[in-house]
Design a protein around this ligand. Structure first.
Ligand code: MEV
Length: 417
């Protein structure tokens, strides 16, 4: 469809209406203003025809590094916000969550091919290290004035299916930015010099989402009685050990962590795909995919948990500044630096993981889940106001949480009315 991107938003919607047989109601839905104004959305990506809303909830009870936080979470999945709040309450009984983020070090990669003696070239690039730093830093005087910039340059040779390659990694302190744009610009500026010095050919110049120099560590304790006794502590440790040893379980275990991390990321306008990519690549760094967290029983029989993962988040750039809700979420959090945001997100990941493991090791995940799921089903069936709770209770009583059942119950209560 040539020219589609040149149309105004409403023209695009009109065209889409024809092409996809949309109704007038569909068009109205697309053009409905939400918290992200259409005018802004239209500038953020291409071919915009509307915006998408998600529930924004507040997780409570979080005490992180001795400070109280209200945590905005944007997510479609029931139970996540409740579970995070509940786990935060339990971790609070053990003194609250501690979290530490490293410096904001991002990595940009420059891929060089077509050199006859790759190891000689590697050292040739090392000889230019200071020059590389200067070239890269010159692209961003503001970052340098804030104390950021290239911290190190690392060069290595890889044997690839397409032959040897010399990879130059720029390690850059990006301060309060997520940093992908910052380091991509640097890599693109440095690349022609590497070609000139080595006679090779550079192809890729791009950030690495395995942000393993930009980690967050979060940890906390829950007294055994708060969890329901030492047996529950043992169950949680067994649950972790399962994830530690089995990638099939580790994927789900880490998904639970990401339920929390990504919900805060969405609320605060972060690049969620970069966070997912970084987390899972980090979980596989030993060559075997494993758990991002560790849970153990201490000498008193209490539960202690630790989480370590990359956390490339920023307060400037990307959607953070343009999405009003992202700004509002940051205001609710009261964060002033990307480091603090990373620490909060690590803490939420830890709490979310705890909540899931506790539920799994005890009553199972479905009980709490199904109750909330039942609400969605009841609403989908058309229940409104006080009808919702009645339909939910009846479905739970019948142990049948299904749309057809919800509709039937709804009809019967409306008939009685
Ligand atoms: C569901 O969204 C997340 C869990 O599956 C996480 C886990 O199994 O640890 C409950």
């Amino acid at each position: 469809m040539p020219g589609f991107h040149k149309l105004t938003l409403s023209e695009r919607v009109e065209k889409l209406k024809d092409l996809a047989n949309l109704s007038d109601d569909d068009v109205r839905l697309l053009l409905k203003e939400g918290t992200l104004p259409l005018e802004i959305a239209d500038k953020m990506i291409e071919n915009v025809v509307g915006t998408l809303s998600l529930p924004l909830g507040i997780a409570t009870n979080f005490l992180i590094n001795g400070k109280e936080y209200l945590i905005p979470m944007a997510i479609e999945e029931p139970s996540v916000v409740a579970a995070a709040s509940n786990a935060a309450r339990m971790l609070r009984e053990g003194g609250g969550i501690k979290a530490q983020a490293t410096e904001s070090l991002m990595i940009a990669q420059i891929q060089l091919v077509g050199v006859a003696a790759p190891h000689s070239v590697k050292y040739l690039i090392y000889e230019r290290k200071e020059e590389i730093k200067e070239i890269a830093n010159a692209t961003n005087p503001l970052l340098i004035s804030l104390g950021g910039g290239v911290r190190d340059v690392e060069v290595y040779v890889i044997e690839s299916p397409a032959g040897p390659m010399v990879i130059t990694n720029l390690i850059v302190d990006v301060k309060d930015a997520m940093g992908a744009n910052t380091v991509n610009t640097m890599a693109e500026k440095v690349a022609p010099h590497i070609e000139k010095w080595t006679g090779g050919k550079v192809y890729l110049r791009i950030v690495s989402n395995l942000a393993d120099r930009r980690l967050v560590r979060a940890w906390g304790k829950v007294p055994k009685d708060v969890l329901g006794g030492e047996e529950v502590v043992d169950g949680i440790v067994y649950a972790w050990a399962f994830a530690s040893a089995d990638p099939y379980r580790a994927a789900t275990h880490n998904k639970g962590i990401m339920n929390g991390v990504i919900a805060v990321a969405l609320a605060t306008g972060q690049d969620t795909r970069a966070l997912e990519a970084g987390a899972h690549a980090y979980a596989a760094r030993s060559g075997k995919y494993t758990s991002l967290s560790v849970w153990e029983k201490d000498e008193n029989g209490d539960l202690v948990g630790f989480l370590e993962m990359p956390m490339a988040v920023g307060l400037i750039g990307g959607a953070v500044k343009v999405n009003p809700i992202a700004q509002l979420s940051l205001k609710i959090l009261g964060v002033k630096t990307a480091k603090e945001l990373a620490e909060i997100m690590g803490a939420v990941g830890l709490a979310q993981n705890l909540a899931a493991l506790r539920a799994l090791a005890t009553e199972g995940i479905q009980k709490g889940h199904m109750k909330l799921h039942a609400r969605n089903i009841a609403i989908t069936a058309g229940a409104r106001g006080s009808e919702i709770d009645i339909v939910v209770q009846e479905m739970i009583k019948r142990e049948a949480i299904r749309l057809d059942v919800a509709k039937e119950i709804l009809e019967s209560i409306r008939r009685k009315k």
